[in-house]
Design a protein around this ligand. Sequence first.
Ligand code: ATP
Ligand code: MG
Length: 367
Amino acid sequence: MILQHLTLTNFKNYQSLDADFSPRINCITGDNGEGKTNILDAIYYLSFCKSFFTGLDSQNIRHGEQFFIVQGQYDSDGQSEEIYCGFEPGKRKRFKRNKKEYDRFADHIGLIPLVMVSPTDINLIIGGSDDRRKFMDGIISQFDREYLLKYQEYTRILAQRNHLLKETPQTWQIDDSILQIYDSQLSEAGQYIYQKRKEFVSGIEPIFQKYFEAISRGKEKVSLEYQTTLDEKPLEQQLTENRAIDMATRYTNFGIHKDDLEFGMSGMPIKRLGSQGQQKTYLVAMKLAQFEYIDGLCGRKPVLLLDDIFDKLDQTRVEQIVNIVSQSNFGQIFITDTSTQRIDSILQKFGSDHYHYNLKDNRLTLM
Ligand SMILES: Nc1ncnc2c1ncn2[C@@H]1O[C@H](COP(=O)(O)OP(=O)(O)OP(=O)(O)O)[C@@H](O)[C@H]1O
Ligand SMILES: [Mg+2]
């Protein structure tokens, strides 16, 4: 899927914006606060029916206006696809494909695969395990409806089990037979999720290593491992054996809600040991791996959004990244940067088909 044309109406800082894009590399340069990231967020909307940054659609309406519209004209192997997203507070968000409105947003997600690399993604490296589980779940569930259903089921049963543990007065005996039912249901959904996460990590790990090696030119050794207690024993057995702990802590201590991804460098967590540039390299390599993994799964190249990715990276790594994404296994790419000169000099080096826009006063000008 190639975004050929984007139209914004009252979206964030744009009263109206019309832009044509290259099927390959699109660079948007401009000073801080000009609205580069906002353009990427609009493109994100067209893939995921929501903002990358906020769950509150109303925050994306231009201050003082009543609604926003984001429209994209895509090319899908020679066929045109028109995607429309409109929002007005008090009414439901409307999402259309070729003028036909979707009943459920879930039916749209996956049609235009997209990978965003944003400065806020650094939380994947330095944040809590929750961020890393979300990363896995987000990718797997985009293309595996069964996973999403099992995940929702697991979350529901876990909440019920935790409620029972928490709300039963200390002096009361918790009914073992009820716990037994929860354990068996949790286990059924949990084992499925575990299996899929395991497949995901073993599928993405070698791709990640390849990109990390290419960007860092082999300067650091890194690792990526799935951490879960389900490797040791089936979940149902763990829940039964540790029931006393759960009763004492009034919480479910075992299960896939405790899983994590271990990001290592030279045998230590990169969270602690890595410099900012090394952490950023790790992140970008993960995202490029995500790109290739999704491409392999659905046979469509995701749109790749690289927001401010050059910050903290040295010249060699920056050039390696642009070199990688300008090769033919990548598709349409959007890169933002504050430095017009930096972008110009990189594009001259890797001169693949590109547009370079400068953004000033809400207007895009081709350089
Ligand atoms: N709902 C809104 N209405 C009007 N303006 C908005 C709205 N939401 C955000 N903005 C404006 O958009 C601007 C920020 O845009 P954006 O984050 O895209 O900038 P940027 O070019 O990516 O900057 P940087 O280089 O600092 O990352 C801010 O000036 C902000 O006030
Ligand atoms: Mg920005």
